[in-house]
Design a binder for this molecule. Structure first.
Ligand code: KG4
Ligand code: ZN
Length: 377
């Protein structure tokens, strides 16, 4: 099945054409335009600017992907309808509607979180065929906009078992990075500095870590980081390798470096995410555990969750996306759409005759952006 994926829910305009069967996912062409360089100046994503940039980029990207493959038209158009920024979602949706009308091709309206859940299946070692054998599946999706633990007992069926009560994990990384003077998005920079820091140097709180549920909270941690920076000074460099001459430069051995701060802060986020995910793993005994979303690019999180699952739930298969597919991308949207489209009848009658959406497909007339679309309650 040839699927055209369209993603524009945040700050990446992404278009991909995939050939998907139960046995294999082939990426025929994909193009993503990142807006990071523009939003950097403002310290975060500015919705109005994001909308304008998506509108500028989307048609050229569709054209390029089309030209690269020379495929006349896909079998299905997959588009992110939510959750996300309304200014971005509308651009993807209007493009999908127009193409659906012009090409007479059905649309699958995809939840962005569902896309992240399917992102690890895009790889070269074909863990594919897609899921039937992978359920129950438990996913931790952590990004700039979301941090949720989702249980899926069968294809297209989702239950939210836990998640953040306030900020998303990526948002917390980005806000604290801003306090340190790092450009947006600060998550990758914090984790880079953390590599050579001491994760025990500062005892940051782990809000809700002992609560009797699968929820976590990051706003207290963020505030605690803010107060720590207000009340202390960071030394710019690690002096351990030159212990003997510590003091000569006015730097005391016990001073906390920026690397230590980043490592301690990162450790607190990783501890929170890992402990609640493991708690859910113990309760639901999933066959597959998935880590997805932008924060899944974090090395410490990948390694810690991976090794803990190996230890505590050795029968669960732990899947993470290639770094490229941790970030927002259209390929994962196409893969998620495949699970909705694969058993459906593609006749024109099936998707254009009814005013309502037929299961799996949405008539272009009914397609709407839903910035707060919850994958499950
Ligand atoms: O999924 P994504 O591309 O966009 C949203 O849907 O939000 O995630 C972007 C988020 C940003 O908050 C970014 O700082 C975070 O993912 N991120 C990281 C790392 N790489 C990206 N956070 C921590 N460590 C990383 N290595
Ligand atoms: Zn995302």
């Amino acid at each position: 099945m040839i699927i055209l994926g369209i993603e524009s829910s945040c700050d990446d305009t992404s278009v991909a054409l995939l050939d998907i069967t139960d046995k294999e996912i082939k990426i025929l062409a994909e193009r993503t335009a990142s807006q990071i360089e523009i939003h950097k100046k403002y310290g975060g994503v500015v919705p109005e600017i994001a909308g304008r940039l998506h509108a500028e980029k989307i048609t050229p990207l569709i054209e390029t992907v089309h030209e690269l493959t020379q495929i006349k038209k896909p079998d299905v158009i997959a588009v992110t309808s939510g959750p996300g920024l309304i200014t971005g979602l509308l651009v993807g949706i209007e493009s999908a509607k127009t193409l659906s009308y012009l090409w007479n091709v059905p649309i699958v309206s995809v939840n962005h979180i569902e896309g992240h859940i399917y992102s690890p299946f895009i790889n070269n070692d074909t863990i594919f065929p897609l899921p039937t054998s992978h359920f129950p599946l438990l996913a931790l999706i952590a990004s700039g906009g979301h941090s949720e633990i989702i249980l899926s007992t069968e294809e297209r069926k989702y239950e939210r078992v836990g998640g953040t009560k306030d900020d998303a994990a990526g948002e917390c990384f980005d806000k604290v990075a801003k306090l340190l003077g790092f450009d947006y998005p600060g998550g990758p920079k914090i984790s880079k500095f953390a590599e050579t820091g001491d994760p025990q140097a500062i005892k940051f709180p782990r809000p809700m870590i002992d609560s009797d549920n699968f929820d976590f909270s990051f706003s207290g941690l963020k505030t605690s980081a803010l107060y720590w920076l207000r009340d202390h000074k960071l030394s710019a460099m690690k002096i351990n390798p030159i212990n003997l001459i510590a003091g000569i430069f006015g730097v005391q051995k016990e001073e906390v470096t920026i690397n230590d701060f980043c490592a301690s802060f990162e450790q607190a986020i990783v501890d929170l995410l890992v402990s609640k995910t493991l708690k859910a793993v113990k309760k639901y005994q999933p066959k597959t555990v998935i880590l997805g979303g932008g924060v899944s690019a974090n090395k410490k999180l990948r390694e810690t969750l991976g090794s803990e699952i190996k230890l505590q739930s050795p029968n669960s298969l732990f899947l993470i996306p290639f770094s490229l597919y941790s970030m927002d991308n259209a390929a994962m949207i196409a893969v998620a759409a495949y699970t909705h489209a694969k058993n459906k009848n593609f006749t024109q009658h099936h998707f254009f005759s009814s005013k309502k959406s037929s299961a799996g497909f949405t008539n272009w007339k009914n397609l709407q952006a839903n910035p707060n679309w919850k994958i499950a309650h």
